[in-house]
Design a protein around this ligand. Structure first.
Ligand SMILES: [Zn+2]
Length: 172
C-alpha cells in the first residue's frame, strides 16, 4: 500500500476526486479533512478524502454541517469550483473547424454587446466570469463558445475592456 496519506486516499478513490468524481492529477490533489483539523478532526484516513485543491480551499474549516450543505446544494451534480474536466477534454477540440460566419454579423454582435454594457452604467459586471455570463445572457437563443470567446477577445483587443487578474475595467 502507498504510505503517504494522499497516495493512499487516491488509491482508495481510484484516482478520482472524492467530490466531483473527476480524474484527479496529483498536482491538483489535496487532502481534505472532513471534520476540520482546526476543529479537532483527526489525520486518520477515515476523516480524510483526496479532492481537488479548489474545493478543499472552498470547504476550508467549515463545520461538517456546512460542508454537507455545500455538497447537498449541488444536487448530485457536484463540480469542484475549477473542475479539471475542462482542461482535460476541451483543449484539443475547443475551436470548431467551421470558418467564422459572416463578419458583419460578428461586428453587429460586438456593437450590441458594447451598447448593452454602456447602458449598464455603474452596474457593469466586475469580473471576467460575470462579464462572460452577462454577454451569454444577451443571447437567450444561444451563443457558441467560439462566438463568446471572440466577443470577449474583441472587447479586449479594442481596449473597451481591460481584464486584470479576472477584474474587469471598462472604457466604452
Ligand atoms: Zn473535484
Amino acid at each position: 500500500m502507498p504510505t503517504k496519506p494522499l497516495d493512499r486516499l487516491m488509491f482508495v478513490q481510484g484516482g478520482l476526486c472524492f467530490f466531483c468524481k473527476q480524474p484527479l492529477p496529483k498536482a491538483e490533489a489535496s487532502v481534505e479533512h472532513l471534520f476540520a483539523s482546526s476543529n479537532g478532526g483527526s489525520n486518520n484516513d477515515e476523516n480524510c478524502v483526496a479532492c481537488c485543491k479548489s474545493v478543499n480551499a472552498l470547504l476550508g474549516s467549515m463545520s461538517l454541517k456546512e460542508k454537507f450543505q455545500v455538497v447537498l446544494n449541488q444536487k448530485g451534480q457536484f463540480k469542484c469550483p475549477n473542475s479539471v474536466t475542462s482542461t482535460k477534454t476541451a483543449t484539443p477540440s475547443k475551436k470548431p473547424p467551421k470558418a467564422p460566419s459572416v463578419a458583419k454579423t460578428k461586428d453587429d454582435k460586438f456593437a450590441f454587446v458594447v451598447a448593452n454594457l454602456k447602458r449598464r452604467g455603474n452596474s457593469k459586471p466586475r469580473t471576467l466570469k460575470t462579464l462572460t455570463t452577462t454577454i451569454a445572457s444577451l443571447y437567450p437563443k444561444g451563443l457558441s463558445k467560439a462566438e463568446l470567446a471572440s466577443l470577449l477577445q474583441q472587447l479586449q483587443s479594442t481596449g473597451k475592456v481591460t481584464v486584470k487578474e479576472n477584474k474587469v475595467a471598462y472604457s466604452l
